[in-house]
Design a protein around this ligand. Structure first.
Ligand code: NAP
Length: 344
């Protein structure tokens, strides 16, 4: 028996994942301050760091320690002629944080409104939506290194941000529970410029008659767009985009375009071409189609939804069926975006 306070055993994770899948953790601790981590680091064994559980597929029981990061706090950490520096605890809800910055008159994060999950999870996959990635206004973060027992600072360069990617994924640190992100600082520019080039957002602002929208108006437009297309996890359990938009080489994109002239494609600075995963899934016949108790959402084919009691095995079956369908029709591999616990 452990003497660490609040360390729970055989804990159900059903309420800790937005897909609402069953699964138990051998050990579980809710972290409300960075100080608690040192004692837990000494426990050793396998670890998994959990935020809001909105990007998670429970594929069974986890024979390790789940650290549920619930560190609160948000404050203006500093200000200079060019920017506001805003600090947030890793356990704060992302949407609440974004709306709070906007209410204070600090623009920058408005395109990322209504993204589920915690602030601490945002840099891990460099969350992005409607033409903006969180890396754009990221300044730095603090993380507790469970290996050395020290707090480490990561600036923007150290995070090695890329499309839906960062050093925390590249090095697999988010999977082995090595670094626990505890606090983040954003740099919100005073010479703010709206990011409104993204097609759907531009159309929504246009429909609202907004030629020079402010950050609040952009946030409202993004929230309306997301509510229209994406299921609310409280009503229809899901984990957001289930597949990453595939990046293919230019030759593959040209071949696909010849076969499918209406193929949506977005050339990237590195020469590769981003394809719309939702379009591929729809054309492979999976949009709005179920397999057992889970299915691909009828309004946005990239989102996997749970329609009834289901297990991680049901989710994996559908994932493989969709991957097979898209591979057969297009020769393109779809990779899942969420994290699997335990990994299959
Ligand atoms: P959408 O507007 O229907 O577009 C389909 C895909 O095409 C998107 O995934 C987007 O890639 C790409 N795209 C569209 N316009 C683009 C442009 N001007 N430049 C580059 N790429 C473009 O997408 P949606 O499903 O309704 O989602 C809207 C936004 O919210 C997207 O940015 C999407 O990534 C984001 N979102 C993210 C998640 C998640 O869980 N990660 C879930 C839902 C929505 P990008 O994805 O690279 O933008």
């Amino acid at each position: 028996m452990s003497t660490i306070p609040d360390l729970l055993s055989d804990f159900s994770l059903a309420a800790d994942n937005t897909l609402g899948l069953p699964g138990r953790a051998a050990r579980y601790a809710r972290i409300v301050s960075a100080e608690r981590l040192a004692a837990l680091a000494a426990l050793g064994g396998r670890r998994f760091v959990l935020g809001g559980g909105s990007n998670l597929v429970l594929s069974g029981d986890f024979d390790g320690l789940v650290l549920r990061v619930a560190i609160p706090g948000r404050a203006l950490a500093g200000e200079d002629a060019d920017a506001w520096y805003v600090r947030v605890g890793a356990g704060e809800n992302w949407q609440d944080f974004v709306q709070w910055t906007l209410a204070r008159g600090w623009p920058g994060l408005e395109n990322l409104s209504l993204i589920p999950g915690t602030a601490g999870a945002a840099p891990i996959q460099n969350i992005g939506a409607y033409g903006l990635e969180v890396s754009e206004h990221f300044h730095s973060l603090s993380a507790f290194d469970m290996k050395s027992g020290k707090t480490v600072n990561f600036d923007r360069a150290a995070c090695r941000f890329a499309y839906r990617d960062s050093v925390f994924k590249q090095e697999g640190w988010h999977l082995d529970g090595r670094f626990v992100i505890t606090e983040l600082t954003f740099r919100l520019p005073k010479n703010w410029r709206p990011a409104t080039a993204y097609g759907e957002l531009a159309a929504e602002l246009d429909a609202r008659g907004l030629v020079r929208p402010d950050a609040r108006q952009i946030a409202d437009a993004v929230i309306a767009l997301r509510r229209r297309k994406l299921p609310d996890p409280a009503l229809l359990p899901n984990a957001g985009s289930f597949f990453r938009n595939p990046l293919v080489d230019a030759g593959t994109a040209a071949r696909l375009l010849a076969e499918h002239p209406d193929l949506p494609r977005y050339p990237q600075p590195d020469g590769r071409v981003k394809l719309a995963g939702g379009w591929l899934i729809e054309r492979a016949g999976w949009k709005g189609r179920d397999l057992g108790p889970v299915g691909m959402y009828e309004k946005q084919a990239l989102v996997l939804v749970r329609r009834g009691p289901a297990t991680g095995a049901d989710v994996l079956s559908l994932m493989r069926a969709v991957q097979d369908g898209v591979r057969r029709k297009f020769g393109v591999d779809l990779e899942p975006e969420p994290v699997f616990l335990p990994s299959p």
